[in-house]
Design a protein around this ligand. Structure first.
Ligand code: HPA
Length: 277
């Protein structure tokens, strides 16, 4: 297997040959976050299938496309399709889309996900801006990466989620009437959902929401010097909180309800971020 940096560069080269769009803003879409793509005009879709060296997606709700488009004249690239650790992918593959975005010139990255609410003040349909994270996967995408003076591997994780970007999203959520909390996201390995006892333990550790993505990508994005914001949609209350059983179909159904609001929200966020850049 080729080194991850080389693989990412080769795939980015193929993408650049097929689109003139040179985005500085990238968004990785979690389960049910299609609204962030609906916010884009003049879209061109490039499927993973059509790219040599790109792995394929297997999870329902993850299409497997790069979508290039414009929001109010601002170039954006969206990644529809994650590679999860629970599918058996390595951390290298899990961060491949982030590496590709970096190679494309993306400087600001929006990571989205669906998450189970651990904080009992949260409700399904609320958003949570990541203030920080806990990595419970036992893995790290920087293991084995050769350090260089430009890219050291002992990466600082203070304020990994950019406070200015967080303020922007918070303000826009308020204007759109979207309930948005700030909290700590924990990534677990999955694919089984957590037990009620695990959720109680995670709450004690300081987690407000739990999911199976994002943290590994955030670490890689920080290493690559990208400016980051993370947004969870609380698709369900975590195990044991309501007594209801958890299914992936329920998670997707809850996310479906929000698409119109997410689309409006992202139109304004893209514009605000472009002004910052
Ligand atoms: N646990 C883990 N991952 C999730 C959940 C959950 O409750 N909901 C959506 N993704």
């Amino acid at each position: 297997m080729k080194q991850i940096a080389l693989r990412a560069a080769e795939i980015a080269r193929q993408l650049k040959e097929r689109t003139e769009v040179r985005p500085k803003i990238g968004v990785v879409l979690g389960s049910g976050w299609g609204g962030a793509v609906d916010a884009l005009a003049e879209r061109s879709v490039i499927s993973y299938e059509s790219l040599e060296g790109m792995p394929q997606c297997s999870v329902v709700g993850h299409a497997g496309n790069f979508v290039f488009g414009k929001a109010d004249g601002v170039d954006v690239v969206a990644v529809q399709g994650r590679f999860h650790l629970y599918e058996g992918h390595t951390t290298e593959t899990a961060v491949l889309p982030v590496r590709i975005l970096s190679e494309l010139g993306v400087e600001t990255l929006i990571l989205t996900n669906a998450a189970g609410g651990i904080n009992t003040k949260y409700r399904p349909g609320d958003l949570m801006l990541l203030s920080d994270h806990i990595n419970m996967t036992g893995m790290n995408p920087l293991v084995g990466v050769r350090p260089s003076s430009a890219y050291p591997i002992f990466v600082d994780m203070t304020d990994i989620y950019d406070p200015t970007l967080r303020n922007i999203v918070e303000k826009r959520c308020k204007e759109s009437g979207i309930c948005c909390h700030e909290g700590v996201y924990m990534q677990v390995l999955g694919p089984s959902y957590e037990t009620p006892t695990e959720i109680r333990a995670f709450r004690t550790m300081g987690a407000d929401a739990v999911g199976m993505s994002t943290v590994i990508e955030a670490i890689s994005a920080r290493y690559l010097k990208m400016r980051l914001v993370g947004i969870s949609c609380i698709s369900n209350m975590a195990s044991g909180i309501t007594g209801e059983k958890l299914t992936h179909t329920d998670v997707l159904r809850e996310m479906d309800k929000l698409q119109r609001k997410i689309c409006e929200l992202f139109k304004s966020i893209y514009k605000d971020i472009a002004v910052l850049a």
